[in-house]
Write a protein that binds this ligand. Structure first.
Ligand SMILES: *Cc1c(COP(=O)(O)O)cnc(C)c1O
Length: 369
């Protein structure tokens, strides 16, 4: 095989061009256009939520979620040590403190059994992040949030369409968020969505998305600071077309995951993603491997790269982020499972545009001694 295999190839095979053409022909290209409402309403419905608020990206959605819920100075938010930086960054920039828990060795999701010991009088919220294809075990989290009156933020950026015990991921948080980056299940190029059920909270999110313009007061007079985190009609047009295909996308992801699993079942030296847990089947947002040693991870990443196969390392732990250490956060803390997978993990090309022959080629390279 001569052609390079990118780590992600998006699939834009529906009404994207048609809807984009509509934007151009009508002149509706900003966040005022009609696709925004349609995308928000249909995405919220897909996630079993009352309200959807489209924003410029998933990280922006987290910034708004934290602020809209009134989390700020003096508050603690319990979250996983193993995650993308976005949720921790939102908590830190709001002036609150992330409090970390380790992940499970087999699912890579936060170990919810460790949450309760971290609750203090300052704990205001739990922030769960569903990782790579399996949902966090939500029932114990919901129970703790009830017991201690904690808010729940759900980062479902990787988990469109995934179910936990028959309930949609993204339907659990006081606020839940999604990303539509091109490697997510549906994409808008860049984009994100906040979903919730509370109308006042939804209005608050809309206000924060739009420079905190006062909905009733005089235009350009502001009582507080927000952001310009608006999504454009062009993005929403793509999003709506993608949403029409979301079930196909989800099925294809699962199929890609199962193909890799079958082809790699005899691969030694690596942990494959768990096919399922007691409460969910893996939807394989990405197909990820954890090498037994850091050296094997490095050698394998090199081998893939030499063969023009795209790969990415796992997230880097929050307590080992130089930026947070410089702020004096997480001093002397250790989360062994998270540290191990951060060093030894990587994922394979997993995009929706991936062909079956490409999956076979990637597996063949991995199986070569
Ligand atoms: C992708 C992702 C984000 C960030 O989304 P962007 O749209 O890239 O800002 C946040 N959380 C998780 C878990 C993600 O995978």
């Amino acid at each position: 095989m001569k052609k390079a295999i990118p780590v992600n190839t998006p699939l834009l095979s529906g009404n994207e061009l048609k809807y984009l053409t509509e934007c151009i022909e009508t002149g509706w290209i900003s966040s005022e256009g009609p696709f925004i409402r349609r995308f928000e309403e249909q995405f919220a419905a897909y996630t079993d939520r009352e309200h959807g608020i489209a924003v410029s990206n998933g990280s922006a959605a987290l910034d708004i979620a934290v602020k809209a819920l009134g989390i700020g100075a003096g508050d603690e938010v319990i979250m996983p040590a193993f995650t993308i930086i976005s949720p921790a960054q939102s908590v830190v920039t709001a002036g609150a403190k992330p409090v970390l828990v380790d992940c499970e060795a087999d699912t890579w999701n936060m170990d919810v059994q460790q949450i309760e010991a971290k609750i203090t009088g300052r704990t205001k919220a739990v922030l769960v992040v569903h990782i790579y294809g399996l949902p966090v075990d939500m029932d114990p989290v919901l129970e703790l949030c009830r017991k201690y009156s904690l808010l729940l933020i759900e980062d479902a950026a990787e988990m469109h369409g995934q179910m936990y015990k028959g309930r949609k991921c993204g339907s659990f948080g006081d606020i839940s968020i999604f990303s539509f980056y091109p490697n997510k299940l549906i994409t808008t190029g860049e984009g994100g969505m906040i979903v919730c059920n509370d109308e006042q909270l939804a209005e608050r999110c809309k206000k924060l998305r739009n420079l905190a313009f006062e909905p009733k007061g005089r235009r350009f007079v502001h009582e507080e600071i927000g952001w310009n985190y608006r999504m454009t009609n062009l993005q929403a047009a793509v999003g709506l077309a993608q949403l029409e295909k979301i079930d196909d996308h989800l099925q294809r992801k699962i199929e890609i995951g199962k193909r890799y699993r079958d082809l790699l079942q005899n691969l030694t030296g690596f942990q494959l993603p768990a096919a399922k847990t007691d409460f969910a089947e893996n939807c394989y947002w990405v197909f990820a491997l954890v090498a037994e040693t850091e050296q094997l991870q490095e050698e394998t990443v090199r081998k893939l790269t030499e063969n023009q196969i795209g790969t990415r390392p796992f997230f880097w732990c929050m307590h080992e982020q130089p930026v947070f250490q410089k702020m004096g956060l997480f001093q002397g803390e250790s989360y062994p499972n998270a540290e191990k997978i951060a060093r030894n993990g990587f994922y394979l090309p997993s995009g929706l545009g991936l062909a079956n022959e490409e999956i076979e080629y990637v597996a063949q390279i991995l199986l070569e001694k």
